[in-house]
Design a binder for this molecule. Structure first.
Ligand code: ZN
Ligand code: ZN
Length: 361
């Protein structure tokens, strides 16, 4: 990870946004810029300098992880110490991420500096670091590839395990247990296992409901490896399909594959969304597709870019996105298929190549 380059680019982005320093407190952004993974941090970029403020629990860890960045172990709240440092360094306009700073935190920042600076010193900026993080570098892509590949191995293994009568919770527990044994630091988010009628809930977390003898099971899960997340969904069928189920599955699969095929640098994200949605519209299923088509993935499970109607952002080489259309028919069933896709110079490379064709167990 080239932290020096990232810090330089962040400082340039701050300058372009009209501030001469940046106070970074969103932890994934701190990690991205200097490598520190602790739970309490304020990173200051000012005048070519970078200083990380944290507390005594992280004395050894901060030194080891944030090599190349000066570390201050603060005796007071890290944010207060960072603001006092900024004032002493004669910074007069410091940007902060408006989306990740609470009203209380901003109040604390203002109180940490002397009266005359309280009004104009801290300037809300767009999420500058989040924007940088959308395009992944080679090190990040290598980590994401590994996480995605582990996700696929886990899914393939679960096909042997799934059986009618076991609870959704047992499925989630087995999947997560295997993930940890395989080296996952954590799951990317609470594992979704939604079976039978519950598959019509896009975010149906695992419950004590038993898997049916006949019906869908949706598995949506991800693992974290070296800080980077995976995210994939497959929907399989237990027993023989009932009337209409296969048609819906095939329509979702066609929509998903059409959207994947549209991925390329320069393509507007709304066009990817439309590629999936138009196929479901033709199948008269679009009204059951109640969410957007995808999102970026990296240090966080939901990052930019958003793939949704009316989005004007263009895809860039190095972005990692999900493509995940779904159809959810209340009281009946639901189907979602999700892949992670890397935007390459040639188009899109699917990072989660587990089988997507109809599976009947
Ligand atoms: Zn997912
Ligand atoms: Zn997703």
């Amino acid at each position: 990870m080239n932290f020096l380059d990232r810090k330089k680019r962040a400082a340039a982005a701050a300058k372009a946004a009209g501030v001469n320093a940046l106070l970074v407190t969103h932890l994934p952004d701190v990690r991205y810029l200097c490598g520190f993974t602790g739970s309490n941090a304020a990173l200051v970029l000012a005048g070519g300098r970078a200083v990380l403020f944290t507390d005594g629990r992280y004395t050894a860890q901060a030194k080891a992880e944030a090599r190349g960045t000066r570390v201050v172990i603060a005796k007071k709240p890290a944010l207060t110490a960072a603001c006092e440092w900024l004032e002493a360094a004669k910074v007069r306009r410091c940007g902060f991420d408006a989306e990740h700073t609470t009203v209380a935190a901003l109040d604390g920042m203002r109180k940490a500096v002397s009266g005359k600076l309280r009004r104009g010193m801290f300037q809300p900026t767009k999420p500058l670091i989040a924007a940088m993080r959308e395009v992944k570098d080679a090190d990040e892509i290598a980590r994401i590839r590994k996480a995605a590949a582990l996700g696929c191995r886990l899914f393939d293994g679960m096909l042997e395990f799934l059986e009618p009568g076991m609870t959704e919770m047992a499925v989630a527990a087995e999947l997560e247990h295997r993930a940890r044994l395989a080296g996952a630091e954590a799951m990317s988010f609470e594992t979704i296992v939604a079976s039978g009628m519950r598959s019509s809930m896009p975010h149906g977390h695992a419950t004590m409901t038993k898997l049916p003898k006949q019906g869908f099971v949706t598995l949506d899960f991800g693992v974290v490896l070296a800080g980077y997340m995976s995210d994939m969904t497959r929907t399989v069928h237990l027993g023989k399909a009932r009337a209409g189920e296969r048609e819906v599955y095939d329509a979702v699969l066609e929509a998903q594959e059409a959207a994947v095929a549209r991925v390329a640098p320069g393509v507007v994200t709304a066009e990817i969304d439309e590629a999936a949605r138009s196929i479901l519209r033709r199948a008269k299923l679009a009204r059951y597709f109640s969410h957007s088509t995808g999102h970026g993935v990296g240090l966080e499970i939901h990052e930019g870019p958003r793939l949704a109607a009316k989005q004007t952002q263009k895809l860039e080489e190095g972005m990692v996105i999900t493509i995940e259309p779904g159809v959810y028919m209340p009281g009946r069933f639901g189907v979602r298929i999700e892949d992670m896709v890397l935007v390459t110079s040639k188009g899109g490379e699917v990072l989660t190549p587990s089988v997507k064709a109809w599976i009947e167990l």
